[in-house]
Design a protein around this ligand. Structure first.
Ligand code: TYD
Ligand code: MG
Length: 453
């Protein structure tokens, strides 16, 4: 019998060590090491591969089929995947508990009517899944449900029904009888994922895995899971708001800039087709501390509201709280504002919020954040027909951003009359867009002068 080899793996960064360590020398995390048993199956697999090796061939001789992407009947998910689910690929969807992963996947299983979809749940019973289906008011005869946690049983059941897509909810609950570790341990997760990836490639069908996220936002279980699969999507959003964002973190078959936006309703997740419309609050009066930014996420342009509250502090060090925007970047923008525009914020508490519970990575949001902070600081509202899109540099300069045409067009379509851009973007604006005036500025001082009436 081949000897079992044990290594210890850091769950945080997948660093491997031959002995157990309290602190990871690679990423510095404490208590993240877990035993990983390299089972005999992997070594015997290597031998088989050695005996029946394949000869490399010229890339031009490789056959491929045009129809390698399956339509998942969900506009948002199709877009985030890069145009559909690639056959033979494995997709991992991560997200906090209760964010809506099971809802999204059962919904897709029900919407794909012309193909057999096998929905395997290790977390819920058949009755619970049935109740969820009734809630969604969607039904399908080609959606097969299996409440099972043993990988060997799952794959045998799959061999019987020959599905076109398999959904596993969740990978942390699935175990193999080959090893004795508990469900969710690194060894179990890795071995089961390995088997599923092999199965997907051999049968040429896509598999979607659900992965849980720990409190600090990491995919629970080994980081190596992210390296093993083809695509990693993250489902996020503030549970108190109805909106959910599906973000692509890794995609071997598409762009990673794409996002999908959903709204959680009483009958499942609905695709949000015009996000700008729903994300801008329908306010009649002008409020101080509110500014609108034209952001670009993948193929879409979205108008988002940034809100700031600046108030005198009663503490020795002022409070800085940010929702949906990187707090270090907010501190940097505050320092720039104080030093370059003379807006004194060092003795003020600053609270920042991106409306709708979204998280924005587009640097073009800087100018809108600065504008909302100035507006709240001076307690003067910004004209509600104004919109912003530019990055702010460390010396207070307004920096250019890509896709200006798209941003200006979207702002005009949503009825905005003025958009503030960097002067370096002037030449990028291809055409004169009707009904909106583009204001090109070069420093935050220009902004303070123009927006405060
Ligand atoms: P769920 O899909 O179970 O989350 P996850 O699998 O990520 O843990 O989503 C659970 C939440 O969604 C729960 O709080 C109830 C809510 N929900 C709705 O609001 N409407 C619905 O139609 C469904 C099915 C769930
Ligand atoms: Mg679930």
């Amino acid at each position: 019998m081949a000897k079992e080899k044990i290594v210890y793996v850091c769950k945080n960064c997948s660093y491997q060590s031959s002995s157990f360590l309290g602190k990871c020398p690679e990423c510095g995390a404490w208590g993240t090491f877990e035993e990983l048993v390299n089972t005999n199956t992997t070594s015997s697999k290597k031998n088989v591969e050695k005996q029946g090796f394949k000869l490399p061939k010229p890339i031009s001789n490789i056959n491929y089929s045009e129809n390698i992407r399956l339509n998942v009947e969900d506009k948002e998910l199709n877009r985030v995947l890069g145009g559909g689910l690639v056959v033979g690929s494995v997709v991992l969807i991560g997200g906090e508990p209760g964010i809506g992963k099971s809802t999204l996947l059962l919904q897709i299983a029900l919407k794909i009517k012309n193909r057999t979809v096998l929905y395997v749940s290790g977390e819920e019973s058949e009755e619970q899944i049935k109740l969820r289906q009734l809630r969604m008011k969607e039904s399908s005869d080609s959606c097969l449900v299996l409440a099972e946690t043993n990988i060997e049983n799952i794959l045998s059941a799959s061999d019987e029904v020959n599905p076109s897509i398999i959904i596993i909810d969740s990978i942390q609950t699935i175990t193999t009888s080959e090893i004795e570790n508990y469900a969710g341990s690194i060894t179990q997760v890795r071995t089961c994922a390995d088997k599923l990836i092999d199965y997907a490639k051999n049968k040429n069908i896509p598999i979607i895995l659900v992965g849980h996220i720990t409190k600090d936002g990491m995919l629970a279980g080994p980081k190596i899971l992210e390296h093993m699969v083809d695509t990693v999507l993250q489902f996020e959003g503030d549970k108190n708001y109805g909106y959910r964002i599906l973000r692509s973190i890794k995609n071997r078959f598409g762009s990673t800039n794409e996002i999908g936006i959903y709204e959680m309703t009483s009958f499942g997740l609905q695709c949000v087709e015009n996000p700008s419309k729903v994300l801008l609050s329908q306010r009649e009066e002008e409020l101080s501390g509110v500014a609108i930014c034209a952001t670009v996420e993948g193929k879409r342009t979205i108008l988002i509201e940034t809100q700031a509250l600046v108030s005198p502090t009663y503490y020795s060090s002022p409070q800085r709280i940010s929702n949906g925007f990187d707090i270090r970047r907010m501190n940097m923008l505050l320092a720039v504002l104080e030093k370059k525009a003379g807006v004194k914020v060092s003795n003020k508490d600053v609270f920042l919020n991106i409306a709708g519970g979204l998280r924005v990575n587009d640097p073009a949001i800087d100018l809108s954040i600065i504008a909302s902070i100035i507006s709240s600081h001076q307690d003067t509202p910004i004209d509600k027909k104004y919109c912003f899109a530019a990055e702010v540099g460390l010396s207070g300069e307004i920096r250019p951003i890509p896709y200006v045409d798209r941003r200006v067009n979207e702002a005009a379509a949503m009825g905005f009359k003025k958009i503030f851009l960097s002067k370096y973007n002037k030449d990028n604006l291809q055409e004169k867009i009707k009904n909106i005036e583009s204001v090109f500025i070069s420093s935050i001082n220009d902004l303070v002068e123009t927006i405060i009436k």
